[in-house]
Write a protein that binds this ligand. Structure first.
Ligand SMILES: NC(=O)c1ccc[n+]([C@@H]2O[C@H](COP(=O)([O-])OP(=O)(O)OC[C@H]3O[C@@H](n4cnc5c(N)ncnc54)[C@H](OP(=O)(O)O)[C@@H]3O)[C@@H](O)[C@H]2O)c1
Length: 257
């Protein structure tokens, strides 16, 4: 990775940083010079290992903010406040990455299961954005939600997930309008299938289909999503807001006939 410092001096909070994509986003932010606050709920060990890797590998500052369940509004506000306090009162970038992706058919789905997905993937984004924007009001900032290509084209068993991600894209557009006057930009990144350890064994059929469909010839990597988030948080994107950046190796660009 080339050595650049697109985000030097910035303070960023990444939610769900103990997970696969969150790790890729946090690493890329740190490589670009940002101080990174790593939120995790249960993945404390992974988050601490990542913080060490960041400190050793990039010299960037990193802190683990563990425990917040982002389905709880107060905990969203608390973790954002903790990040801003750690950042000396500033928060320049927030990446709303935490989310769940259960596979479940609509017939017979209990409303509680629907709500769990919507609360985790959508309502947490609303609350974290509201809290983050409050901190950013003085000097502006960038908020990026991790949506999905499924916001536009649902996969089987993912009605709740796809609906939550479509709503996240629309939330960003609406928030971009309302927060723009404060210099706060709000965008989404919509990844396609991102590789992880054990994915090919757990879902061979899906991986095979993705490999056939992808124009660029490989599955996505967490850092691909990180690159897009870095760009959107950087001065290179200072006139980009309310945008959905699809990161899927060209799968969504295929003809549908
Ligand atoms: N993987 C893909 O191919 C793909 C494609 C498109 C979009 N996405 C999106 O990318 C994001 C990250 O996905 P991933 O694949 O990296 O998944 P992951 O490894 O399972 O990570 C998701 C993270 O979200 C956190 N989380 C879940 N529920 C939470 C809650 N109630 N409160 C706080 N944190 C919570 C988890 O935290 P703890 O582990 O600490 O509990 C976990 O670290 C998600 O929004 C997902 O929908 C993924």
């Amino acid at each position: 990775m080339p050595s650049m410092t697109l985000l030097a001096g910035r303070v960023a909070l990444i939610t769900g940083a103990g997970g696969g994509i969150g790790r890729g986003i946090a690493l890329r932010f740190a490589q670009e010079g940002a101080a990174v606050a790593l939120h995790c709920r249960t993945g404390t060990e992974a988050a601490h290992a990542l913080a060490e890797e960041i400190a050793d590998g990039t010299g960037a500052r990193a802190v683990v903010l563990a425990g917040a369940d982002l389905t709880v509004e107060d905990e969203c506000h608390k973790v954002v406040a903790q990040a801003a306090e750690w950042g000396g009162g500033r928060l320049d970038a927030l990446v709303n990455n935490a989310g769940v992706q259960p596979v479940q058919d609509l017939p017979g789905m209990p409303a509680a299961d629907w709500r769990e997905v919507v609360d985790t993937n959508l309502t947490s984004v609303f609350a974290c954005t509201q809290a983050g924007a409050e901190v950013m009001r003085e000097r502006g900032g960038s908020i990026t939600h991790i949506a999905s290509v499924e916001a536009a084209r649902p996969a089987p068993g993912h009605a709740h997930y796809a609906a939550s991600k479509a709503a996240v894209v629309m939330h960003a557009r609406a928030a971009a309008q309302e927060y723009g006057a404060y210099g706060i930009r709000v965008n989404t990144v919509s990844p396609g299938l991102i590789d992880r350890e054990g994915l090919a064994e757990a879902w061979p059929e899906g991986v095979r289909r993705w490999r056939e469909a992808v124009a660029v010839g490989r599955l996505g990597r967490p850092e691909d999503v990180g690159d897009a988030c870095v760009f959107l948080a950087s001065p290179l994107a200072s006139w980009i807001t309310g945008h959905d950046l699809v990161v899927d190796g060209g799968v969504s660009a295929r003809p549908t006939w």
